[in-house]
Design a protein around this ligand. Structure first.
Ligand code: GUN
Length: 307
């Protein structure tokens, strides 16, 4: 069994990005710039955003954090999105999800210009991606493809089971895996993987275990701690755990520890490759956000086409 070390691969990606940012600055060009909008004070979102900001600073991407109060009106957030769409100094921006109940995520995402949608979550980006047109990809699924590629794990002709059908992970993951390989942007290698036979499972799926046992690769993004058990995995399978669940544990400094959607101790011995939690998919997601911010910058400053 080999651990898929997302932390290490993400570090390598960040180091390449830092080199290219430094190179451009030495040529007299400006640094790429990402804006992050966070609404309210959801503790998990605050942690994710803090990690994203730290990662940007490490590679030299300029970052602007925009904090809006939980009580803001939907139209105020929409006005902020439109301001960022127009702001020429901002290459890309994200609105951290989830949003408060009284704000429509669909409306907010739809308002984001897809050319700045470095999270790849807007309906326009997703629609374009499905049709193989240049667009940013959803960060977590692209990070997973990049991780598989780093370990030379092919997907062509493989049966991949995706558990979860969210707009952020399950749906775009399934779509990207079943695609014929193509390049979304000239130097975007992650989408070179595809050509898989994909089954998407979810909370209403019957005989989940039997379906998973036929999988060469299982990607679990269900948000359900330890959902995937050893008897659901065939010998030699590749298992990718997207889950980040907090479990109370007084022996950890913060009073909780992170567990994935996979019963790691029991499943790992059966796998050829498996991601740990933390240190697997999470760091890759952030690395993809940085990479796509740098691509948005290149598209604008260096004139790469993003039609
Ligand atoms: N909330 C959880 N994951 C993500 C993500 O990748 N992007 C955004 N914008 N919000 C999230």
């Amino acid at each position: 069994m080999i651990l898929l070390d997302g932390k290490k691969v993400a570090q390598e990606i960040r180091s390449k990005l830092r080199d290219s940012v430094t190179f451009n600055i030495e040529k007299g060009l400006r640094a790429p710039k990402l804006a992050i909008v966070i609404v309210g004070h959801n503790p998990a979102s605050e942690t994710y955003v803090a990690n994203k900001i730290k990662a940007c600073q490490e590679v030299g991407i300029e970052v602007e954090k925009i904090v809006m109060e939980e009580s803001i009106k939907e139209r105020e957030l929409l006005a902020m999105v439109r301001r960022l769409n127009r702001d020429k100094s901002v290459d890309g921006f994200i609105v951290q999800l989830p949003l408060p109940e009284h704000i429509s995520e669909a409306k907010v995402l739809t308002a984001i210009d897809f050319r700045k949608d470095v999270d790849g979550l807007t309906p326009m980006s997703m629609g374009r991606a499905i049709q193989g047109l240049p667009a940013f990809r959803s960060a977590t699924p692209s990070g997973i493809l990049e991780l598989l590629q780093a370990y030379a794990i092919p997907t062509e002709g493989k049966h991949v089971v995706v558990i979860g059908r969210s707009n952020i992970v399950g749906k775009p993951m399934a779509m990207m895996l079943m695609q014929r390989p193509y390049l979304s942007l000239p130097n975007m290698s992650a989408s070179a993987l595809g050509d898989a036979t994909v089954t998407v499972c979810h909370s209403k799926t019957r005989r989940l275990g039997a379906i998973c046992r036929t999988a060469d690769i299982i990607i679990v993004a269900a948000g359900s701690p330890k959902l995937l058990k050893a008897n659901m995995v065939k010998e030699g399978a590749v298992v990718i755990d997207v889950g980040i669940n907090r479990m109370d544990d007084a022996s950890f400094p913060r009073g909780y520890r992170l567990v994935g959607d996979v019963d790691f101790e029991a499943v790992a011995p059966k796998c050829s490759y498996i991601t740990p939690v933390p240190g697997g998919v999470g760091p890759m997601t952030i690395a993809m956000l940085l990479k796509q911010t740098s691509l948005a910058y290149s598209a604008k400053v260096l004139g790469l086409k993003m039609k």
